[in-house]
Write a protein that binds this ligand. Structure first.
Ligand SMILES: [Ca+2]
Ligand SMILES: [Ca+2]
Length: 114
């Protein structure tokens, strides 16, 4: 736990402005996983809503309480995350799901007929 004196104010922490970074793979993978098991529009909505949550709530909370630097992103990085998420959802929904039927689907009526 930081004692609070050795930390920068959270708005002084450098922001991640990269288009592609270590997390890009995680965004693609989580998009593909959610697109595999739920309606693609719901998956995109959930993943898109995560971005302002990450920047405005999660980052200040983690930094101020635990000294953890996570979610310190610029809009460029967040928009890139959303685009990569969306590509992942498309791959999960249109490709993964057709090759490997998901074990379950969430918030989606099945269209499968027997
Ligand atoms: Ca990011
Ligand atoms: Ca992000």
């Amino acid at each position: 736990m930081p004692d609070g004196n050795d930390l920068l104010a959270f708005d002084q922490v450098p922001l991640n402005n990269q288009l592609i970074d270590f997390w890009t793979l995680a965004h693609f993978g989580s998009g593909a996983a959610l697109g595999w098991i739920m309606h693609p529009l719901l998956a995109i909505a959930l993943l898109t809503l995560y971005e302002p949550y990450e920047v405005y709530i999660l980052f200040p909370f983690l930094y101020e309480n635990f000294g953890i630097v996570f979610g310190n992103e610029t809009y460029i990085n967040s928009v890139s995350d959303i685009i990569i998420n969306t590509i992942g959802v498309a791959v999960g929904y249109y490709s993964l799901r057709k090759r490997y039927p998901p074990p379950f689907t969430l918030f989606e009526r099945t269209t499968k007929t027997r």
